[in-house]
Design a protein around this ligand. Structure first.
Ligand code: GDP
Length: 479
């Protein structure tokens, strides 16, 4: 860890005289061939406003060879929107996705076999829209719980003959928690009992104001079954997307998120990834979560092999060492060696920190987090056996907010605590309060895995008191 004065001059591109003068002024008397240690070299370089690093250290950094620079705005190009379809069961999410794909097959070359890769691409007036094919907010929220935000717009499907149902509300809350704008598709308009006005009114009761209710949420009547209104819906999506001015730099190493992954008997680990920035090419060394490899082939949603995927493209990739998790981020890197090193490092790290180490709030450590200024808001999910309790808790909690911490009830509903609640809590760093409900053991162990604080009470008063105490750091620790 030393360098001769002469080499030092060469490295920083300064003349020997300049360097010697500075050295002397620092009180170091050295000849041109004498070695100086790293600390001296560092201080000396600083005199010239140059930041030096040990060669080893530079290598270490390069080892972590994932490009994470901010893009220069001039490198950003428009990118297509990525859409998720959400809504209550049986309201027609799957049918809508099918209808959308069908309208598109006629528009493009017919007979193209659509292959299920977890996403599909649709063209409207030559503009691409990407649909994530796994409908439902579980998929949406589990991704978000893992830190991946994929969706630019959420399509909320509501059946016109059924109206706003529990999972509709959940979907609304999930989208809101993620800050993703909603477009409402009022489906099953062909049905005799359809009543779109009632849907709009019910939506307004849940904080979604459609345009004819004075709000700015777009709603489109459709019939997924008959294929009616689909074009209109697609056009609205294009419009909404244009307002968002979605951009990405297509000219850097590809990066994005794993949407789905599986082990295929003949093809090995197969992952569908969404490229979010840069471009991914066949032959690129890649890491996805803790798995690594080299992109051996890329297949698009039409079942075609492609060589290169730009931002907002979903492709199936082959060539990974093992199966990554949905929600893992992926990165193309400069060399196979780097990919392997990063993958191995992550594997070791995951093994070590088996438990997810992100700090989740719990009532017990709430005060500490408030004190440290880490928590300014406490998100709460309330589940109860009767609607009255949910309302009562909501009102009582609202009164607890103070200057230091704001209490938000991000979701409330009747019924027991479900896996979907845990996911939402995990993604939104919320605690769950339940009244007279008993979560299943599967839900409890999931809560433990995700470090979500679930508290079950019999009386509202006790819950409010606990939250109050927790805010003051006076909650008795639980055994
Ligand atoms: P998902 O659970 O939200 O994915 O709902 P599906 O797409 O599976 O649809 C549930 C049921 O509603 C199926 O029997 C569909 O055929 C029916 N369905 C979906 N869309 C429409 C529609 O626009 N009109 C009518 N009449 N039925 C529909």
């Amino acid at each position: 860890e030393s360098i001769s004065v002469k080499d030092f001059c060469d490295k920083i591109g300064k003349t020997v005289t300049d360097v010697m003068t500075k050295l002397v002024s620092m009180g170091v008397f050295a000849t041109i061939n004498q070695e100086i240690d790293f600390e001296t070299a560092e201080a000396l370089a600083l005199e010239f406003n140059i930041d030096v690093k040990l060669e080893g250290a530079e290598e270490e950094e390069a080892e972590y060879g994932i490009e994470d620079f901010e893009d220069d705005p001039k490198d950003l190009k428009d990118r297509p929107p990525v859409i998720t379809v959400m809504g209550h069961v049986d309201h027609g999410k799957t049918s809508l996705l099918d209808a959308i794909r069908e309208t598109n097959v006629t528009a493009r070359e017919a007979g193209g076999i659509t292959q299920h890769i977890g996403a599909s691409e649709v063209y409207v007036d030559g503009k691409k829209i990407v649909f994530l094919d796994t409908p439902g907010h579980e998929a949406f929220t589990s991704m978000r719980a893992r830190g991946a935000s994929l969706t630019d717009i959420a399509i909320l499907v509501v059946a016109a003959d059924d109206g706003v149902m529990p999972q509709t509300k959940e979907a609304i809350n999930h989208a809101k928690a993620a800050g993703v704008p909603i477009i409402v598709a009022i489906n099953k308009m062909d049905k005799p009992g359809s009543n779109p006005d009632r849907v709009k009114q019910e939506l307004s009761e849940h904080g979604v104001l459609v345009e004819d209710w004075g709000g700015d949420t777009i709603s489109v009547p459709v019939s997924a079954l008959k294929g009616e209104g689909i074009d209109n819906l697609l056009e609205m999506i294009v419009l909404a997307a244009e307002m968002q001015e979605l951009k990405a730099n297509p000219n850097r190493l590809g990066a994005g998120v794993v949407i789905e992954a599986k082990l295929d008997k003949s093809r090995g680990p197969v992952a569908t990834v969404l490229v979010q920035k840069g471009n991914l090419k066949v032959g690129d060394p890649i890491v996805a979560g803790a798995s690594f490899g080299r992109v051996r082939a890329m297949i698009n949603d039409k079942g075609k092999n492609i060589k290169k995927a730009n931002p907002s493209t979903a492709v199936e990739i082959l060539g990974l060492s093992d199966v990554p998790n949905a929600g893992d981020t992926f990165n193309a890197v400069k060399s196979d060696k780097l990919a392997r090193q990063i993958g191995e490092k992550r594997k070791a790290k995951f093994r070590e920190a088996n438990l997810n180490s992100t700090t989740k709030v719990s009532l017990e450590d709430l005060f500490m987090h408030i004190q440290e200024g880490e928590v300014k808001e406490l998100n709460i999910i309330v589940k109860a056996d009767v609607q009255g309790s949910v309302q009562a808790v909501k009102q009582s909690l609202a009164k607890l907010s103070n200057d230091e911490v704001k209490i938000n009830m991000i979701h409330g509903g009747v019924g027991t605590v479900t896996e979907s609640d845990i996911l939402l809590a995990s993604a939104s760093n919320a605690i769950i309060i339940g009244f007279n409900v008993r979560p299943s053991s599967a839900v409890s162990s999931m809560a433990e895995r995700e470090s979500v604080d679930v508290r079950i009470y019999r009386v509202i008063y006790e819950a409010i008191e606990d939250v109050q105490k927790a805010m003051k750091g006076m909650l008795d620790p639980e055994f």
